[in-house]
Ligand binder design. Structure first.
Ligand code: KIV
Ligand code: ZN
Length: 385
């Protein structure tokens, strides 16, 4: 049986916690519409109690989005919960995300609460919330550094009080994929009514393991991925949803799950978020980096021209990108000839015996050879003839 995995976007909440990022209302509306078209199941549009601006943004997005659930974040504080209830009330599908930290370090130094006080708070606040909103995500913050038995007790309390989705945050990006998978395994074995609720991953990238961890969650029973576009977020960021969706697509035989994500819209959405955050995507970033489908060395270019699958595991069009063969010092004559043909030169292999050494001598002194430089090379060859 093929299971479905849904995506829950938090670009405009956890993503907005990126240093220097502050979306305008128009940017948020544009991104929310883009995400809705992309096929995400839920959009966490902000933290309504944090500011009047966040409140208004969640409210406006709730009014304009057609399909995705609209979510507001709340601490387990009545004022926060009431702000989300009010901000999402006009959404077609309102949802609330309530969280409280459960790990020893947060209990002792941040919350100054005992385990029992935390369980009581979860019970009373989820029960209170349920009177107003049916769809409740509960997060035990810092879940991956919480004692396994206490994590089970916290999550069970939230489910019994009416939570419909349990989110497991690896808040500080600490776990390895094996450990994160084990957290889900432990919950699967010990939670009564595990299959009656949804389970989401929420992974941070502090040690560069966010994507691997999200995929480990899927392999161990998670049904939803929480993440952001371009992996923006607090510190080293959240998991990049585009990477996870692409991995599920490329390795479908391994994960055996389906998503509703419209992958070809990835590039447009990534560009939109890069513009709004003023944070260009790194050139070597998986999937959306400008080098992700670019092949420079002669061996790779030659293989690619014979069959793109020699060096490409994903068709670039699948994520809205065009492949490129930039010409540089390592490029071979096959790629240079192919580019010249593309530029309209009717050039043979014999001609290349003259052209290629000139190309090579210039390329060794340059970063990349532009179309204009190639045209000048051809002109100089023609003038010598
Ligand atoms: O990383 C985290 O723990 C969070 C919570 C608010 C769920 O973002
Ligand atoms: Zn987070």
């Amino acid at each position: 049986m093929i299971n479905k995995v849904t995506f829950y976007d938090t670009t405009m909440r956890d993503g907005e916690q990126t240093i220097g990022v502050n979306f305008s209302i128009d940017e948020k509306i544009e991104i929310a519409k883009g995400l809705d078209d992309y096929g995400v199941a839920a959009i966490e549009a902000g933290f309504p109690a944090a500011s009047q601006k966040d409140f208004e943004e969640v409210k406006r997005i709730a009014e304009v989005v057609d399909n995705a659930k609209i979510v507001g974040l709340a601490r387990m504080v009545r004022n926060d919960i009431n702000a989300v209830i009010e901000a999402t009330k006009d959404a077609k599908h309102p949802m609330i995300h309530v969280f409280i930290a459960t790990s020893p370090i947060h209990r002792e130094f941040k919350l100054h609460m005992t385990k029992q006080e935390i369980l009581d708070k979860i019970k009373s606040d989820v029960t209170f919330t349920k009177q107003y909103i049916q769809d409740i995500v509960f997060s035990p913050e810092d879940a991956t550094r919480t004692e396994p038995e206490f994590l089970v007790a916290s999550v069970q309390t939230a489910i019994d009080a009416g939570a419909t989705m349990i989110n497991i945050p690896d808040t500080v990006g600490y776990d390895t994929p094996e450990e994160y998978g084990e957290v889900f395994e432990n919950l699967r074995q010990n939670i009564v009514g595990f299959d009656a609720v949804g389970w989401s991953t929420h992974t941070h990238n502090d040690l560069g393991m966010a994507t691997a961890n999200a995929l480990a969650g899927i392999a161990h029973g998670a049904t939803e991925i929480q993440g952001t576009i371009n992996g923006i977020g607090e510190r080293a960021g959240n998991v990049d949803m585009i990477e996870v969706a692409a991995a599920i697509h490329v390795r479908h035989e391994k994960f055996n799950v389906e998503t509703a994500i419209m992958l070809p819209q990835s590039k447009a959405l990534s560009d939109m978020v890069a513009r709004a955050t003023r944070m260009p995507v790194a050139g070597n970033k998986p999937i959306m980096g400008r080098n992700a489908f670019a092949h420079e060395s002669g061996i790779h270019q030659d293989g690619y021209l014979k069959n793109p699958e020699t060096y490409e595991i994903l068709k670039p069009e699948m994520v809205g990108v065009t492949a490129s063969l930039p010409l540089g010092k390592l490029s071979g004559s096959h790629a240079v000839m192919s580019k010249l043909n593309h530029l309209g030169y009717d050039i043979t292999r014999d001609d290349m015996a003259v052209v290629f050494p000139i190309f090579k001598s210039i390329a060794e002194e340059s970063d990349l050879i532009t179309d204009e430089q190639l045209k000048r090379i051809m002109q100089s060859v023609a003038e010598k003839e």
